[in-house]
Design a protein around this ligand. Structure first.
Ligand SMILES: Cc1cc2nc3c(=O)[nH]c(=O)nc-3n(C[C@H](O)[C@H](O)[C@H](O)COP(=O)(O)OP(=O)(O)OC[C@H]3O[C@@H](n4cnc5c(N)ncnc54)[C@H](O)[C@@H]3O)c2cc1C
Ligand code: SF4
Length: 328
C-alpha cells in the first residue's frame, strides 16, 4: 500500500475542506471494506484518507411521524438490518441490507460506503482503469471476458455494472440522498446520484471530489407493496448476477403506480419506465408481470458473453413484481 496522510474530522462541516479538488488525491474512509482492498491492490492510491467514522451525527437514524426515515451515512448495514422500526416501515430495505455481503462485512460496511462502493469489474480491479482501456485507449470489455458486464446502457464508454444491491431498493422507494460540500447541503433523488462516467477521471456518481454523502431520506412506504429479487450464482457472500426491486401502489388488484429498478445490469441502477408503464392501470397477474419483465429487458443487448443475464434480469423483474403483489 502506498503511504498516505490520515485525518479524522469530528464534525461533518470539517470534511469538504479536507477533501481534494480532483478525484484520486483524497479518499473518504468509512467502513473501509471496499476502499482498503482497492488501496492494497494499488488501484486507488490517495495521498490522504479522511476517516469520517468519528462524526457522531452521521451515525443517526430518525423515524418521522409521517413514516419517512432519515438514515445517517455511517449507519452500518448490520445496524439497519436489525432495526425493528425499519423492518416495519421499509421491509424491502431492511431485507436488502441484511442480505448484502457477509455478517462480518455488514458489521463494518456503512450505507454511504455501500452507495459509493466502486465497480467489481475485473478489468478495473486489476488496474486497467474505470473504462478498462488497453494501452491504445481501446476498451478491453467488448471483445473480452464480459460475462458479468452490462446488458443495458452498454453503448460505452463504461461497461461495468453498478455494484450496490441496496441502491435499486432505495430508488424503488424514491429515496433522496443528502450531500455536503463547500457550498452547503444539497439533496437529489438517488436515481440522479448515479451517473455513467464518460472519462477515466470521472466517477460513477454525481459527487464532486470535495463532497460527502451525509444522509439518505426514504419517504413513507405504508401504502407501498414492495419486494426485491436477486439472482445469485449460489448462496454465497458475493454480488448477484441481476436484481430487481419493485414498489407498487395498488387500487384493489389494479396497479395504480409502479417503480421497477434493475440492479447489476447497467453502469447505474436501471430505473425502467417501460416496465412501470406495462404495469400501470393493469390487474396484477402473472401475465402482466411477464409483460412488464419483457418490457424491462426489451432494449437489453448482449456484449458477447453475457446474453444469459438478459434472461436472468427478466426473471428477477417478474418474480419481484409477483412477490410485491403477493401473487408469488
Ligand atoms: C465478499 C463481499 C460481498 C459483498 N456483497 C455485496 C452485496 O451483495 N451487495 C452490496 O450492495 N454490496 C456488497 N458488498 C460490498 C459492501 O457492501 C461494500 O464494500 C460496503 O458497503 C462499503 O461500505 P464501507 O463503509 O466499508 O465503504 P468504504 O470501503 O469505506 O468506502 C467505499 C467507497 O465509498 C466512498 N465513501 C464512503 N463513504 C462515503 C460517504 N459518506 N460519502 C462519499 N463517499 C464515501 C469511499 O471513499 C470509497 O471510495 C460486498 C463486499 C464484499 C467484500
Ligand atoms: S470471512 Fe472472508 S469474506 Fe468474510 S469478512 Fe472475513 S475474510 Fe472477508
Amino acid at each position: 500500500m502506498q503511504p498516505f496522510e490520515y485525518t479524522s474530522p469530528k464534525t461533518k462541516e470539517q470534511v469538504p475542506a479536507l477533501l481534494g479538488n480532483s478525484w484520486g488525491e483524497v479518499e473518504i474512509l468509512a467502513g473501509g471494506t471496499d476502499l482498503l482492498s482497492l488501496m492494497k491492490d494499488y488501484v486507488t492510491t490517495p495521498r490522504r484518507l479522511v476517516n469520517i467514522k468519528g462524526i457522531q451525527d452521521l451515525h443517526a437514524v430518525n423515524f418521522n411521524p409521517d413514516g419517512s426515515v432519515r438514515i445517517g451515512a455511517l449507519k452500518t448495514l448490520a445496524e439497519l438490518a436489525e432495526t425493528p422500526e425499519l423492518q416495519k416501515s421499509h421491509p424491502m430495505l431492511a431485507h436488502a441490507v441484511g442480505d448484502a455481503a457477509s455478517p462480518q462485512i455488514r458489521n463494518q460496511a456503512t450505507l454511504g460506503g455501500n452507495l459509493c462502493q466502486r465497480p467489481r469489474c475485473w478489468y478495473f480491479r486489476t488496474g486497467y482503469g474505470l473504462l478498462a482501456k488497453d494501452k491504445d485507449g481501446k476498451s478491453l470489455v467488448p471483445n473480452g471476458d464480459n460475462r458479468y458486464h452490462a446488458i443495458l446502457g452498454n453503448e460505452g464508454p463504461a461497461y461495468f455494472v453498478s455494484p450496490s444491491t441496496v441502491a435499486p431498493v432505495l430508488i424503488a422507494y424514491q429515496a433522496k440522498v443528502r450531500i455536503l460540500g463547500p457550498q452547503g447541503i444539497r439533496e437529489l433523488p438517488l436515481e440522479k446520484f448515479f451517473l455513467v462516467p464518460r472519462a477515466e477521471q470521472e466517477r460513477e456518481h454525481d459527487l464532486q471530489p470535495n463532497e460527502v454523502v451525509i444522509e439518505v431520506v426514504v419517504p413513507p412506504a405504508r401504502q407501498v407493496h414492495a419486494a426485491a429479487y436477486e439472482v445469485r450464482q449460489k448462496e454465497a457472500f458475493d454480488w448477484p448476477y441481476a436484481t430487481a426491486a419493485v414498489a407498487l401502489t395498488m387500487n384493489g388488484n389494479t396497479v395504480s403506480n409502479a417503480r421497477v429498478v434493475l440492479g447489476h445490469v447497467a453502469p447505474i441502477p436501471w430505473l425502467s419506465p417501460e416496465a412501470a408503464q406495462a404495469l400501470t392501470g393493469k390487474p396484477l397477474t402473472p401475465a402482466t408481470a411477464d409483460q412488464a419483465a419483457q418490457a424491462a429487458v426489451a432494449k437489453a443487448k448482449s456484449m458477447g458473453r453475457n446474453a444469459q443475464k438478459i434472461q436472468l434480469a427478466r426473471v428477477a423483474v417478474k418474480r419481484a413484481i409477483l412477490k410485491a403483489g403477493g401473487v408469488a
